[in-house]
Design a protein around this ligand. Structure first.
Ligand code: ST9
Ligand code: ZN
Ligand code: ZN
Length: 378
């Protein structure tokens, strides 16, 4: 069951508005359709997709954002310094749970982790409250596999707001569910850490994301409960927005050094604020790379530093990466020339058979053979 923001019962949703999504199409698309009446005719045969606003989520996100602004004000003006340090630390740890855990470990299988590290990452990911790992991974694999189509949960073709947070305010497009059902999730169904997090999420999530982060400042340094509460809302809302920027900004603005035919971009600023997940053009082309980027140093990729640190003690192993000559070859073939010189046919479309990560059966055998694996475990 999907862990919706305040429960799971569909009856709690107020679906007050239904609107034809075609009303939201960009004007260029509209005028193209007007010019092509025959195309319009074909489209009208398709069942219309009506998007339904989930008002409960709208209200919750409005509250979160207002609360976050107040929390920021309190942190700057009256809250204790220890509360600020605590808030930033919990935010950073929770971010690692998303980037190093849900994203690079579970969604892309770009490395393996021994159970103690998986438990740590699970707790941190629960603190981030971005849905339980199973749901997060399912949406994310679907995003990689069907990028920029109706089956992509946060399809950036539907604009900045939709890909940023709008997709969490409406029911999913039927294609997400239909095509999503074809994605292999058997690895997660076999991981007890993921299975138990899903079962206990309704208890673990409020504890890790809200209750403990609010209780600690009150108990240990006598912070006012209200200040600690709004500081938690600030931390949570800010971390959501920084994460969402990877789906919105890093699918709209920036360079495409590795594949010019897809929407994901490489963005220095998102790279820093999203703990190394802003090298999104690279990441969509090589999703099995545990660095999620070409790495010169750790400055824009804190998550890689974290994984490398755990690799040193053997808790992270089978770290997969892509050899520089393979990266260069791909960039020369499909990149936009911003990082490596473009040499090949500009019309080549490479994203038709997108790969969600290591283990996707569509991954070509030659790509599998060329993968470099560090710190081999089993
Ligand atoms: C959040 C997630 O914010 C953010 C993810 C961002 C990802 C970014 C990735 C970038 C890399 C990482 C960067 C990290 C950077 C960190 C930096 C930090 C400083 N496939 O969903 P339901 C089926 S969450 C297959 O209810 P509705 C399935 O059967 C925020 N099937 O659809 C499912 O049932 P079940 C907090 C699928 O009713 C059933 O459909 N959370 C798929 O349309 C119903 O699913 C919220 O706010 C699929 N992909 O509702 C919760 N999807 O689950 C908000 C669904 O039982 N969500 N099915 O198997 C909701 O309220 C609802 O999901 C909804 C859609 C209203 C959006
Ligand atoms: Zn990814
Ligand atoms: Zn993406």
């Amino acid at each position: 069951m999907a862990p919706n923001l305040f429960g799971t019962s569909a009856t709690l949703f107020l679906e007050a508005t239904q609107q034809d999504v075609s009303q939201n199409k960009p004007s260029s698309e509209k005028s193209a359709a007007q010019k092509l009446p025959s195309l319009q005719k074909t489209q009208s045969v398709k069942p219309k997709y009506q998007w339904k606003i989930v008002w409960r989520n709208v209200i919750a996100f409005v509250y979160l954002h207002l609360g976050a602004l107040y929390g920021l004000y309190l942190l700057i003006t009256v809250a204790k310094w220890s509360t600020t340090i605590w808030t930033v630390s919990i935010g950073a740890l929770a971010a690692i749970g998303v980037t190093g855990g849900a994203h690079r470990l579970w969604a892309h299988r770009s490395y393996k982790a021994k159970w103690p590290l998986r438990v740590i990452l699970m707790i941190l990911q629960t603190t981030a409250f971005q849905n339980h790992i199973y749901e997060w991974v399912r949406d994310h694999r679907v995003h990689h596999k069907f990028t920029d189509t109706d089956a992509d949960p946060h399809n950036a073709q539907r604009g900045f707001f939709f890909s940023h947070m709008g997709w969490l305010l409406v029911r999913k497009h039927p294609d997400v569910i239909r095509k999503g059902a074809t994605i292999d999730m058997s690895d997660l169904e076999k991981d007890p850490v993921v299975v138990w997090q899903r079962r206990l999420y309704i208890v673990l999530m409020p504890l890790c994301c809200f209750l403990i982060p609010t209780w600690v400042p009150c108990y240990f340094w006598n912070e006012k409960p209200m200040y600690a509460w709004y500081a938690s809302l600030m931390r949570y809302t800010l971390s959501l927005n920084l994460t969402w920027l990877v789906n919105s900004a890093a699918h709209i603005y920036g360079m495409k050094p590795y594949d010019n035919t897809i929407s994901p971009t490489d963005s220095y600023s998102v790279g820093i604020t999203a703990f190394g997940e802003g090298w999104h053009n690279y990441h969509h082309v090589f999703p099995w790379d545990y660095k999620a980027a070409e790495l010169g140093n750790y400055r824009t990729n804190f998550t890689t530093a974290f994984i490398d640190m755990f690799a040193k003690i053997g808790w992270a192993y089978d770290l997969k990466t892509v050899a520089t000559n393979i990266v260069k070859k791909r960039a020369a073939r499909t990149g936009d020339g911003t990082k490596y010189e473009r040499t090949a046919d500009a019309h080549h479309h490479s994203h038709e058979n997108a790969i969600w990560g290591w283990g996707d059966t569509d991954m070509p055998a030659e790509d599998i053979q060329k993968v470099e694996i560090f710190n081999k475990g089993d």
